[in-house]
Ligand binder design. Structure first.
Ligand code: ADP
Ligand code: GLC
Length: 486
């Protein structure tokens, strides 16, 4: 099976969040399972330099740009996975964030950039770059590649298409005039195609035109067919729910493994958690907190946006008055949330440590050094940090939503008794509910035997990509069978 996996980011070439982790790991797991996979990405500044053996292998015309696209091929560092980088310097060779300009606004030409990239993906899938490789299936991800299934639907003879929703809240919405400016078919200006409340929606390209849809957890797959989580697209998703699957993300345990993680000052595993104490001490030092082995250290890592509920954490600071505890937060995003975090630190300088910015190594050291991980997301398609936390013996405290609901087992009496508890789950995304769960964690932390058991049960959970990759392969086979039936 020849699979072209199209995404707008992939770790370790470029990453802004979980999509980068997924696109860096899933194609590799699919390759290891025997598929003929190519990962295709835009050639951002510095990406080609990170590839192994990168070389230009083709030039081919792509509508929307006078000069041809240049195709660079190489292998993902540490793997055999072939990666194709589509090069168009004026679109992608920019320093910094792939979607957002230094002024904090989206790049003004995002529509042109990702429409052009989608057209390039179609040319590659259809073997019009002269490489002698034609895709049987194209797997597109999120709005940046939403036009791929739409454009492929115009081809008389085309591969099967799967579109995965990693986050429905990001839709790629542009002014109405963009349909014409991008030279897309006028008939797509319809609520049954790409029009969405008077705007052009890239994500609808995937949602309407892909042969099949998936999202990254079974619970989120159900949630997005309801008004509460559907972001206005619930009607469309409900209508297509017979072709909407939920497949949980996996963890790349080669990258996230406390027994070997090169970012950590000490290592540990399920048999011996001793190294975790050294990681905690080092983290307290790194974050400017007093080194106190017995004071519980809570942590949060994430994009500072409403979705992640860091404001709920800030509403719980009264807990600091009554309890000995520490908190560290790593994140960047909304300037208002950034300054609220700075203010919180100013209020409790010896108990709260924050790092505003993006720091891969620190994210690993926090997962290892913290005692428990806060993830009060209002919605969470899958979430990866709670999975990393489980493996790092850092029980997650999560809102029962999306992938969080599917991966964390609450430490209530029943689950403590049957030894299946792995964390703390609360039902409403409110400060009061978070506070109650946080208190429950504080209380259990004071019972070391029970706490240890929860840590170890979490570490035993297997969310490896092999399992999820198997589910994707079964789905791909089904899609190919569906297409050959038409
Ligand atoms: P999302 O994709 O919604 O941001 P996920 O939990 O799926 O959420 O994935 C987030 C990924 O991004 C994780 O690998 C996490 O460690 C990483 N991450 C988020 N913010 C930061 C940051 N400020 N520094 C380092 N890594 C971060
Ligand atoms: C999105 C979601 C997150 C998910 C990630 C990878 O960014 O917000 O929940 O884990 O994509 O699928």
């Amino acid at each position: 099976m020849k699979l072209l996996f199209a995404a707008s980011e992939a770790h370790p070439l470029i990453k802004t969040g979980g999509l980068g982790d997924v696109a860096g790991a899933l194609p590799r797991a699919l390759l290891e399972a025997g598929l003929d996979v190519k990962l295709v990405l835009p050639n951002y500044a510095g990406a080609a330099e990170r590839l192994k053996g990168a070389r230009a292998i083709a030039e081919f015309p792509v509508h929307g740009r006078a000069a041809p696209a240049r195709l660079i091929e190489g292998r993902m560092p540490g793997s055999r996975l072939p990666v194709w980088l589509v090069d168009a310097p004026e679109f992608f060779a920019r320093e910094g964030h792939p979607y957002v300009a230094p002024n904090g606004q989206d790049w003004p030409d995002n529509a042109q950039r990702f429409a052009w990239f989608a057209r390039a993906v179609v040319e590659l899938a259809q073997d019009r770059a002269g490489l002698g490789w034609r895709a049987d299936l194209v797997h597109a991800n999120d709005w940046q590649t939403g036009l791929v299934p739409a454009l492929l639907s115009l081809e008389p003879d085309r591969p099967a298409t799967l579109f995965t929703i990693h986050n429905l809240a990001y839709q790629g919405l542009f002014d109405a005039g963009m349909l014409h400016a991008l030279d897309l078919p006028p008939e797509w200006w319809s609520m049954h195609a790409l029009e969405f409340h008077g705007r052009l929606s890239f994500i609808k390209g995937g949602l309407v035109f892909a042969d099949w849809l998936s999202t990254v957890s079974p619970t989120y797959a159900r949630e997005i067919t309801t008004p509460e989580f559907g972001c206005g697209l619930e009607g469309l998703l409900a209508a297509r729910s017979d072709r909407l699957s939920g497949i949980l993300n996996g963890v790349d345990y080669r990258v996230w493994n406390p027994a070997r993680d090169p970012y950590l000052p000490a290592h540990y595993n399920r048999k011996s958690l001793e190294g975790k104490a050294a990681c905690k001490a080092a983290l307290q030092k790194e974050m400017g907190l007093p080194r106190k082995p017995d004071v519980p250290l809570f942590a949060h890592i994430g994009r500072l946006v409403e979705q992640k509920g860091v404001d709920l954490i800030l509403e719980c600071l009264s807990l600091f008055r009554r309890n000995r505890m520490q908190l560290v937060v790593l994140g960047s995003g909304d300037p208002a949330l950034e300054s609220a975090l700075r203010a919180a630190r100013a209020g409790f300088p010896r108990r709260i440590g924050i790092h505003i910015g993006y720091d891969e190594g620190l994210a690993h050291r926090i997962e290892a050094g913290a005692d428990a991980f806060l993830m009060p997301s209002r919605f969470e398609p899958c979430g990866l940090n709670q999975l990393y936390s489980l493996r790092y013996a850092t029980p997650p405290i999560v809102h029962r939503t999306g992938g969080l609901a599917d991966t964390v087992v609450d430490a209530d009496d029943v689950h403590i008794a049957d030894r299946t508890a792995t964390g703390f789950v609360f039902d409403e995304p409110t400060p009061a509910a978070l506070r109650t769960a946080w208190r429950r964690a504080l209380k259990l932390y004071r019972q070391p035997r029970l706490w240890r058991r929860i840590q170890k049960t979490g570490m035993r959970q297997d969310f490896s990509w092999q399992r999820s990759a198997g589910e994707y392969i079964a789905l791909y086979r089904r899609l190919l069978a569906l297409r050959s039936g038409v």
